[in-house]
Design a protein. Structure first.
Lengths: 143, 244
């Protein structure tokens, strides 16, 4: 399992998540599935965190309304939604139990650790079919 | 037959289909028909208790069934039923060093207030705790964030835990402190100092023994299905005890 993020898309992810700091930011990864389980992220769609004031430091929420809008947007750009990116401000970027509880299968979940307002590392995961755990996928992104 | 539209990430579990014709007079029947035909879908739509997973939203002809009759909403032959996910996640982690700094300051300042017989100090603690409750952060946590952590005097101790019970515990403590302070200014010394000592003792229990009474109360209210107390204790931890 590999996810390749085009450098401009990776830069857009970092910019959105650094701007959201100290709150969590999130958005959709748009791109193409390239043959055997290789995903290529061409573009991103940053989404405003819909959680209430105060909760946004440790949680993000994308509403069904935003999901539908993202579907249309992806289609208009000739891409598909490959997954979701979000940030973990000041804490390790491993998926939490809460991430797993809410995760959809198939999607790539790319988590960026943002320390003191600076994006320092990006890792990506997929939920197993039995929902028991996340498996890390190889992330390629040249700066 | 009503048509049910499947979101992209769930399609691999429905034979790759984007929409499926289903039978059933209500939303619940349509879902039962769907998962009977595609059993692998079931665990992504329902949890182990058979309830809808939190990210599953159901729409009948663009109307969220939450605002209709929920899963009992009728579906007519020509209706379009859609599963639209909401997406959520987050750290779900709590830096216990910030909590402990808060507790330590509450304990020290409350003891000083009592020893020096200074209700004003108790008032100050009350105000900081109330501000923390309003801004949903440990009241004295700023000392940790701005001073102790940057100077390396206190190391972060980030563990998987729910922030909500800790906020509730602090809010509860702030209310008791407010009661104590009002009593002190009203000249009811023993009642006032009694309440101040109660908060001090609970903060000490948390700081030294890792047991958060307010969090335990939160989880009891959760067990009683009181609205607003949605979080379960972290896996494998006793309600109120600091998770390992």
């Amino acid at each position: 399992m590999t996810i390749q993020i085009d450098p401009p898309a990776a830069a857009a992810i970092r910019a959105h998540l650094e701007a959201a700091y100290p709150e969590e930011g999130a958005g959709f990864l748009l791109g193409e599935v390239d043959g055997d389980d290789v995903r290529r992220v061409r573009d991103v769609l940053p989404i405003a965190n819909a959680r209430e004031n105060g909760a946004r430091r440790t949680r993000y929420l994308i509403t069904p309304h935003d999901t539908v809008r993202a579907d249309y947007e992806a289609e208009a750009r000739g891409l598909e939604i490959l997954g979701v990116f979000h940030s973990h401000p000041d804490v390790p970027n491993e998926p939490s139990a809460f991430d797993r509880e809410w995760a959809l299968p198939w999607y790539s979940y790319t988590i960026t650790r943002v320390d003191g307002g600076k994006a320092v590392s990006m890792r990506s995961w997929r939920l197993t079919d039995d929902r028991e755990r996340f498996i890390e996928e190889e992330l390629i992104s040249e700066n | 037959m009503p048509t049910l539209k499947i979101p992209t990430p769930l399609r691999p579990y429905a034979g790759g289909q984007a929409s499926i014709d289903v039978t059933g007079g209500r939303v619940a029947d349509a879902l039962a028909d769907l998962t009977a035909r595609h059993p692998d879908l079931s665990r992504h739509i329902f949890n182990d208790a058979g309830e809808l997973r939190p990210f599953v939203n159901l729409f009948v002809n663009d109307e969220d069934v939450r605002y209709l009759d929920g899963v009992d909403t009728p579906v007519a032959e020509t209706d379009l039923l859609r599963i639209i996910p909401s997406i959520a996640g987050g750290t779900g982690r709590v830096d216990h060093s910030a909590l402990r700094t808060n507790q330590a300051f509450i304990i020290i300042l409350n003891i000083l207030a009592f020893v020096l017989a200074q209700p004003a100090l108790a008032l100050a603690v009350t105000l900081v705790m109330l501000a923390g409750a309003v801004f949903r952060t440990p009241g004295f946590g700023f000392v940790y964030r701005l001073l102790l952590k940057p100077l390396g005097l206190v190391k972060p101790d980030v563990i998987e835990d729910n922030p909500e019970p800790h906020r509730f515990a602090q809010g509860f403590g702030a209310v008791v402190m407010a009661g104590g302070t009002i009593a002190l200014y009203a000249g009811l010394g023993s009642l006032g100092w009694g309440l101040v000592w109660l908060v001090t003792a609970l903060a000490a229990l948390n700081l030294f023994a890792g047991f958060c009474v307010g969090c335990a109360v939160y989880y009891w209210l959760h067990r009683l299905n009181v609205p607003g107390f949605a979080k379960e204790p972290p896996t494998g931890s006793f309600p109120g005890m600091r998770p390992k």
